[in-house]
Design a protein around this ligand. Sequence first.
Ligand SMILES: C[S@@+](CC[C@H](N)C(=O)[O-])C[C@H]1O[C@@H](n2cnc3c(N)ncnc32)[C@H](O)[C@@H]1O
Ligand code: SF4
Length: 458
Amino acid sequence: MNAHVSPMTATPPPLAEVARRMVPRYTSYPTAPHFSPAVTPSIHAGWLEQVAKRGEAVSLYLHIPFCRSICAYCGCTTKASLRDAPIRAYAAALHREIALVAAHVGRVRVSHLHWGGGTPNILPPDCMAALVDDLASRFSFQLDMEHAVELDPRHVTPDGARQLAALGVNRASLGIQTLDPVVQEAIGRIQPFDVVAASFLALREAGINAVNADLMYGLPHQTLPMIKDTAERMLTLRPDRIAIFGYAHVPWMKPNQKLIDDAALPSSEARLEQASEARAVFEAAGYIEIGIDHFAAPDDPLALARQAGQLRRNFQGYTNDAATTLIGIGASSISRTPQGFAQNAPDTLGWQRAIEAGMLPIVRGKAFEGEDLMRADIIESLLCDFAVDLAAVASRHDTTPEALADAVERLQPLIAAGFVAADGDRIAILRHRHEIARVVASEFDTYLGRGGRHSVAV
Ligand SMILES: C[S@@+](CC[C@H](N)C(=O)[O-])C[C@H]1O[C@@H](n2cnc3c(N)ncnc32)[C@H](O)[C@@H]1O
Ligand code: SF4
């Protein structure tokens, strides 16, 4: 098949219209709205037992769905708790889930351990230490294991940083979002530069040298000069990785976002400009572009993986982790095995109840079928490498690129607009249009339009 079909007859869409399209973030394919109760605890147990037989290393993800207060923009699965009691009860249930998982998967090697949230540094230090001990006693941590944790800089202290380092944490991601006081006020998150700088210093002094920063564009009242100023001030702290996420405004799913004034949100055109301004600042400083929303220092493992064509995408965004199995632990966590996805009960009570009954707390998921894995490969390549060789991927999945003819036809307007190039069976997103990778990927998504409402592409 030649992907270069008939761009001359297709109508090229304006860039802002493409950027406004509501498409998934593709941290998985098929995406979460297509999960169903057909994946049961016993099906997932069988998948975990297969992992044990293959003897490969796995990644572990632990979800901590608590914060001291909820930020107006937050799209994460979390809730506010001022007291430690519910957090301790949650940690106790995590121990029981770890035991249940270990009973099926055995003493597997672990290449990556990631704590996400919510705010993992809300865990009382003794709770986190006990959880790490438990994991280390049941699984086999690789000597070079990446041990990463998402942190709220407002709760990072020198003591806390030393405790994390003592537990083997070797990478931290700090939620910064913006350094602008007007925007901070509008998003309900007051966090002066000094607080951010002190948290970087505390982590590095404790020996946690890999420190990432999460920023956002498209926030209420945010302007281009504010993006430039935040980006430049962040560079003075020399983060190893910088993520700059487009604010996903989904108040129909996240009621806390109703506090954000729709009228104060930047337009699609402004969001595109903000994303490219941030990219210009980071690239001028020598950072390497990683996928749609990440940048990494040239010697960071993510930049090396990108250069070697080994970049991967998973629920945490971009990773150099080659493990084919990711086991999610904690309420709402999603596991991926070579057979499919399985998601834990999203509400902490339902999750806890299942665990107390001695069951894996799986409520839904998706077994891979038909062309799922081939399309997942294509979508991952487009989001990681901005290019894909359809013939090569099709052949890896024992088929021919003709199976993808519909998607190639749908791409013609983007080719006619000059956003995408097609050369034989190779599709590439042009360098100055990487922002629209989610839209290009969505043309290969056969589930799109069958349920689920998404955020704008850029
Ligand atoms: C779990 S939080 C980070 C850790 C910690 N809770 C904090 O806020 O500092 C993960 C990141 O997701 C991003 N994020 C949260 N809500 C978002 C939204 N609605 N749209 C895009 N990114 C969002 C933010 O950059 C945030 O730092
Ligand atoms: S952004 Fe972080 S601190 Fe704020 S509510 Fe979300 S998870 Fe919690």
